[in-house]
Design a protein around this ligand. Structure first.
Ligand code: ATP
Length: 351
């Protein structure tokens, strides 16, 4: 069953124009002028129950606007949306029982009261029984190690502590679908990794569907098998992360450490006839760039056994680099000149 179904979804905002100068301000009093901004342009996708899907794009691409329509905060201009079998903006009361939302840049906890009191208030909002609430809270508090924090006012929590509490707040009513809008923003690497582990466990143990927007591609690598990429309100890629890397990756780099001095000319000779490029900082270390069409093992076979190798490292094209190139081109179709451009960039760093 699909947890989320989106068909030709569009959102246009009417933005008031402010005319310049005193005369303009005066004219605005009598006749307002408006322009339109279309943040989401007829997008369609479905997400099956139990999937973790990354939703990425540059600033202003339309990610938050989509999440707001999916969570019932905004009414679409056109198109249809169904989440957990409900139309979010029409059947709000029933709908919210089934979803959880975390906006990393905003809090749903009350600033001046103890964390546990915010949770109690949310229990009432979501109409969770005392018994279910206690069971769920105990589980979440133990898993996220929040025991010490429950009686502190939210304003006295660190960002990492607050974010862990935000997750509990969004999950107290045991929703089957959660929307996370930049849940790791501003967090240190340790808290980021704790939150990723927690989300992974929750998805595995409860089959929770997760739609995650983030600018941190490590969140995507750690959690998502699928990624939807948005550019200027349109979907430019929807598919596997591995597939994206394969489609856009230009090759791999293999780094060698040698036990005894090995000349660059010797390495070049061993791989003679192969379209690879070698570079070396000294005679005890060298790296080779291998294009995708060539097997790494074929190159290794030429070197291993001949050279005195103490260490080998294989480095795939970095995901950040791939995604940056796609954002820049505005399309996930791989234009030949883009490949050539990336290749030139790579080759500039190799001899
Ligand atoms: N309430 C609004 N009124 C007018 N324009 C808006 C409104 N909300 C968003 N927009 C515009 O819609 C576009 C998409 O914004 P949105 O916040 O959805 O992008 P985003 O991908 O979430 O960006 P970011 O990564 O910066 O959060 C932007 O041009 C933004 O200025």
């Amino acid at each position: 069953m699909n947890a989320i179904e989106v068909q030709d979804l569009r959102k246009t905002f009417k933005v008031q124009k402010n005319r310049e100068g005193l005369k303009g301000a005066f004219a605005d009093l009598f006749k307002r002028q408006y322009s339109e901004v279309t943040a989401v342009k007829d997008i369609s996708f479905t997400i099956p129950q139990g999937e973790i899907c990354g939703y990425i794009g540059e600033n202003g691409a339309g990610k938050s606007t989509t999440i707001k329509m999916l969570s019932g905060i905004l009414v679409p201009t056109s198109g249809s949306v169904s989440v957990g079998g409900f139309v979010p903006y029409e059947e709000r009361e029933k709908f919210v029982q089934n979803i959880g939302v975390v906006f990393g840049q905003r809090s749903q906890l009350w600033w001046d009261i103890g964390v546990i009191e915010s949770f109690q208030l949310l229990r009432k909002v979501y109409r969770v029984s005392e018994q279910d609430f206690k069971k769920r809270l105990d589980e979440l508090v133990e898993r996220l190690e929040l025991q010490e924090l429950l009686n502190r006012p939210v304003r006295k929590l660190s960002l990492g502590q607050r974010m862990r509490c935000e997750l509990v707040a969004a999950l107290l009513h045991n929703p089957s679908i959660i929307f996370l809008d930049e849940p790791t923003i501003g967090l240190d690497i340790v808290v980021k990794s704790e939150i990723r582990d927690f989300l992974k466990d929750m998805n595995r143990d409860h089959g929770t569907t997760i739609l995650l927007t983030t600018h941190d591609l490590q969140d995507i690598e750690a959690l998502c098998s699928r990624v939807i990429m948005l550019d200027d309100g349109r979907i430019i890629y929807d598919g596997g992360l591995e597939e994206l890397k394969q489609r856009w990756g230009t090759g791999r780099e293999v780094q060698f450490q040698f036990g005894t001095a090995t000349k660059l000319a010797q390495l070049v000779q061993w791989t003679d006839g192969m379209p690879v490029s070698w570079s070396a900082e000294n005679e005890l270390g060298a790296k080779v760039w291998i294009p995708l069409e060539l097997n790494v093992s074929d190159v290794l076979a030429r070197v291993v056994g001949q050279a005195d190798i103490t260490d080998i490292k294989i480095i795939e094209t970095n995901t950040d680099e791939i995604v940056r190139s796609i954002y820049q081109s505005g399309s996930a179709e791989k234009p030949e000149e883009m490949i050539a451009g990336l290749q030139d960039e790579k080759e500039a760093t190799h001899v």
